[in-house]
Design a protein around this ligand. Structure first.
Ligand code: NDP
Length: 331
């Protein structure tokens, strides 16, 4: 059983940020993560420069008391740059506007492992590359910093050019509140692979289960309203998953009736998931770790394929039924 190293700090230690002393920190991109991390950094005593194009996000940064400037200018001035623009735009933006401003001894901080692990970021030699990746949406990164509840965060050093990259990583994690809930030592490879694995193995299986359950129940003559309400429109699955997180995968079973518990566990014990295990293994190794998915998604035609797949999903029987049922339940 492999276990990760975890860095924990209590609220008092959040102020211990020697590794950042005398270094200029910048947040590049003031979106979901950028706005939250900039505010947390400032409250930790590390007021960052903010880089953003001159538009709505820049206006939001100005409203929060930051003075946003063009990304290239800020990246040039900063010693530690947090790359907080969407993953899809990072390779071009780094090449054109950020890399030219990075100098040996600087640090580039990524919040997701995908681009770095799959070789899509060109970062000059001598620059540390580290990951501080909250496992939390931006709004909650801010709320949980303020309330001191913390949030899980993955950290790693991907390139230690200076020999001080770990100190910088942990200081940034601390300053955004990422060590309150425990910073888990990971890697860009692990973060990217698990993220993609969850997206490409777990969630498609969940979606397929609901789609199949809908088809079987409707074929048996049950109404769309009853079937969809039972499956997910009631919101009950969200409640169950909330309890899975808090009470455990099986710990939450106590919330269900004994009939339900017996039915669930009896059916689970009888389930042969060998085929699913084979499929998940293939997704992880053949699609994800091999880089095949990343290469496919980098192709220009992938965007068009996404639109076609979306149209196909929207036209499926369950999606059509859902639109009607939702409308009828409302009126
Ligand atoms: P957002 O979509 O919220 O980023 C929006 C920001 O990116 C805005 O400042 C926007 O400014 C800027 N931006 C968008 N396109 C461009 C462009 N072409 N050139 C320059 N700036 C651009 O991103 P997130 O905060 O969601 O994600 C940032 C990073 O954090 C990613 O690496 C993501 O994987 C990671 N992450 C995200 C989490 C989340 O919950 N959202 C959780 C954990 C990690 P403008 O359009 O004004 O230029």
């Amino acid at each position: 059983m492999a276990h990760a190293q975890i860095h924990h700090d209590d609220a008092a230690a959040i102020g211990e940020l020697e590794a950042l002393s005398g270094r200029t920190v910048a947040v590049l991109g003031f979106g979901n993560q950028g706005a939250a991390q900039a505010a947390n950094l400032r409250d930790s005593g590390v007021t960052p420069l903010v880089g953003n194009r001159d538009d709505g996000y820049a206006a939001a940064a100005a409203e929060e008391g930051f003075a946003p400037r063009p990304i290239a200018e800020v990246a040039f001035e900063a010693d530690v740059s947090l790359l907080l623009v969407p993953d899809e735009v990072q390779p071009d933006l780094v090449r054109a506007e950020i890399a030219p401003g990075l100098q040996a001894g600087d640090t580039l901080v990524v919040a997701s492992g995908y681009n770095w692990h799959f070789g899509l970021l060109e970062v000059p030699d001598g620059v540390d590359v580290v990951m501080v990746a909250p496992r939390m949406i931006g709004a909650a990164v801010r709320d949980r910093y303020v309330s001191r509840a913390g949030f899980p965060c993955f950290v790693s050093v991907e390139r230690d050019a200076t020999g001080r990259a770990w100190d910088t990583t942990l200081a940034i994690a601390r300053a955004i509140g990422g060590t309150l809930g425990g910073a888990v030592v990971s890697s860009a490879r692990e973060e990217a692979a698990l993220d993609l694995f969850s997206e490409q193995a777990v969630w498609p299986a969940v979606l397929a289960v609901l789609r199949t359950a809908h088809a079987v129940a409707v074929d048996a003559g049950f109404t769309e309203e009853a079937v969809l309400s039972e499956l997910y429109l009631s919101g009950e699955p969200a409640e169950v998953f909330d309890h899975v997180a808090r009470d455990g995968l099986f710990g939450q079973l106590g919330l269900h009736s004994r009939t339900s518990q017996y039915g669930q566990l009896r059916a689970l014990a009888a389930l042969d998931d060998a085929a699913q295990r084979d499929r998940f293994t293939a997704v992880l190794h053949d699609d994800i770790l091999s880089g095949a998915f990343a290469r496919e998604w980098s192709r220009p035609e992938a965007g068009e394929r996404l639109e076609a797949l979306r149209r196909e999903a929207d036209a499926s029987p369950i999606a059509a039924a859902e639109a009607t049922v939702r409308e009828r339940l409302r009126s």
